[in-house]
Write a protein that binds this ligand. Structure first.
Ligand code: NDP
Length: 335
């Protein structure tokens, strides 16, 4: 038997337990080129909130009654594919369920001797790649740049800041909620400075820390923090729109940037992107990041919550409450 978590209702504001239902059904036998995977870990991503909504987006919404879309890691139980054997560890978008039968090309094999399984959902997975390409490609990072990253202690931001350092940024400043996260950024990850947006005035601190202005602002949160960064741009700055988590549960419309005329004043540009745009370059980026990780230049951290698919909604909410440091993962079976 397989158990799944399905979207029962489209959330209004924050998702609640009532928006989901648990179902059970038999697992079919894998067909040609198909693989049966036991799901071990479920990736919690802020983007899930958007996938629950039927507003136009870059992917179709999760249908009402459908298994909730999610990145996962797992282990192959049965294989009719020559690419995978029983016992292989894999990652893929298998959804919030305990098992899945999928075609082999939907899976990527990962080497758990190289890093713990959850790292392939975080620093050496989609969020890490987002930090990498957001900085290097969209941010057009240059030697000596002053880089500021919001959501800096999360899965994307924590990698982004270290990529910036490894690629020669002059000054890297992270913005995060709370003293522990700020201390982690500076003491463990090598950020030059951190701003605790919950207790400090972000605009004033950016002005003090970046007197020549920000060359690359990597935005994960939107709202007032984006405005504070726009007010402190350097000439020709690049503003990378990666996400806007402060706005995802907003009822009655998102708060857009108020200070956008600073793009004109500073001859800056603001560009959104999706990590999937760089899929052809994933292999090279992951090799470079794995090398940095092995050399201790890239530290990855996962926050693993042990539970079951019933714990999906409360675990997801940890992202919106800032209760994760690094990559948030729900582990539903022992790895
Ligand atoms: P995180 O691991 O960063 O978790 C979310 C963090 O956001 C929380 O820990 C919290 O940290 C912070 N946060 C929550 N609410 C607020 C708020 N109101 N104001 C400021 N900060 C808040 O998530 P990810 O690293 O997975 O994702 C980061 C961003 O990147 C998201 O916006 C996501 O949608 C985006 N993304 C975009 C991709 C793309 O291809 N464009 C791909 C992947 C992710 P704190 O304690 O510091 O508040």
């Amino acid at each position: 038997m397989n158990r799944q978590l399905r979207l029962a209702k489209r959330p209004v504001g924050e998702p609640t337990p009532d928006d989901f239902e648990i179902t059970e059904e038999d697992t079919p036998a894998p067909g040609d080129d198909e693989v049966l995977v036991k799901v071990l870990q479920i990736s919690l991503d802020p983007a899930m909130r958007g996938w629950m909504s039927d507003a136009p987006s870059y992917l179709p919404p999760v249908g009402l009654g459908d298994v909730m879309r999610a990145g996962t890691s797992g282990v192959v139980v049965e294989s009719n594919s020559d690419r995978f054997g029983a016992g292989d560890h894999v990652v893929g978008t298998l959804g919030v369920q305990e098992q899945a039968v999928v075609v082999d090309k939907a899976l990527t094999k990962v080497d758990t001797d190289m890093a713990p399984l959850a790292t392939f959902l975080g620093g050496l997975g989609m969020p890490g790649l987002t930090g990498y390409f957001g900085l290097t490609e969209v941010g057009d990072l240059r030697e000596g740049d002053t880089v500021v990253i919001s959501g800096a202690a999360g899965a994307v931001g924590s990698v982004g800041g270290q990529v910036a350092k490894a690629k020669g940024a002059g000054l890297v400043v992270g913005i995060a909620g709370g003293p522990e996260k700020c201390q982690w950024l500076v003491d463990d990850l090598g950020f030059d400075a951190a701003i605790d947006y919950k207790s400090e005035k972000v605009g004033r601190r950016l002005h003090e820390l970046c007197p020549d202005g920000i060359n690359v602002y990597f935005d994960n949160v939107g709202g007032d923090i984006l405005d504070a960064a726009l007010a402190n741009l350097a000439w020709g700055a690049r503003v990378v729109i990666c996400g806007a988590i402060s706005q995802y549960n907003a009822e009655g419309g998102m708060q857009g940037p108020r200070n956008y005329m600073m793009l004109l004043v500073r001859r800056a540009r603001m560009q959104g992107f999706l990590v999937f745009d760089y899929v052809k370059q994933y292999g090279d980026a992951l090799r470079e990041m794995a090398q940095w990780r092995a050399e201790g230049k890239l530290k990855t951290r996962e926050e693993i919550v042990a539970g079951s698919i019933e714990d999906f909604q409360p675990t997801l909410m940890k992202l919106f409450r800032g209760e994760n440091t690094g990559k948030l993962v729900l582990e539903i079976a022992a790895t």
